[in-house]
Design a protein around this ligand. Structure first.
Ligand SMILES: Cc1cc2nc3c(=O)[nH]c(=O)nc-3n(C[C@H](O)[C@H](O)[C@H](O)COP(=O)(O)O)c2cc1C
Length: 199
């Protein structure tokens, strides 16, 4: 399959759409190596990845749940359990953080975006390796005590939980045409659609 076809056909697999096993170490290393060719303003390599193996996922969920219940009184316990219950079946969890160099000529934003680009490389490499993958982030960013739980420094900003496993079934999602997102700049404040409808 060409790289372009792989990208067109990549799709996420939610935890309930995947099964065990998690990728072995050889596959995992190949997938993670792709981080090193993510675009990176200033060649800072602002990437920090923590891997939670299958046999530690339950413990991770328990500690996350406790942290939420103890430190986020505004979130109702039912929601906390829902947020952690789908993760407990994850074959493998990666916590990808931006390891921010500060002060630095490269903005914090660019460093976070470099970490996001690394996440996309992981998703694409996983697809190539036949590994199921999905990016969840709300939870990663919102977990109280996330830094303590995962041994992160203050400068390490979580951007994604990426779940890896085995696809239950292979499916190709129908994707929309890109047309309505693309414009041609015709001069000051003037845009027109880049593609004709029939192109
Ligand atoms: C920054 C970011 C954060 C995301 N966080 C979540 C999340 O917390 N929960 C979720 O269900 N999907 C989340 N998603 C969306 C999924 O990763 C996935 O892209 C979506 O289900 C669409 O599937 P597709 O990638 O096959 O198009 C997130 C995506 C991105 C880029």
């Amino acid at each position: 399959m060409s790289l372009l076809d792989l990208i067109y056909q990549r799709s996420s697999c939610h935890v309930h759409e995947m099964q065990h096993p998690a990728p072995d170490n050889v596959k995992l290393k190949r997938i993670l190596q792709s981080v090193m060719s993510a675009p990176d303003h200033g060649n800072i390599k602002p990437w920090h990845i923590v891997v939670v193996d299958t046999d530690r996922v339950a413990n991770m969920c328990e500690l996350m749940c406790d942290a939420w219940l103890k430190h986020a009184a505004h979130i109702e316990p039912g929601r906390v359990r829902r947020l952690t219950s789908y993760l407990k079946d994850a074959p493998m969890v990666l916590l990808v953080s931006a390891d921010i160099a500060e002060p630095h000529a490269v903005s914090r934003r660019d460093q976070v975006l470099a970490a996001a680009a690394a996440c996309q490389n992981i998703l694409l490499s996983a697809e190539q390796e036949g590994v199921a993958a999905i990016w969840y982030s709300t939870d990663a960013a919102e977990i109280p005590q996330v830094h303590q739980l995962f041994g992160l420094t203050k400068q390490q900003e979580p951007v994604a939980f990426i779940i890896l496993g085995t696809k239950k079934t292979h499916r190709v999602k129908k994707r929309d045409q890109v047309d309505e997102h693309c414009y041609q700049w015709l001069g000051n404040q003037q845009l027109s659609p880049l593609f004709d409808k029939d192109e």
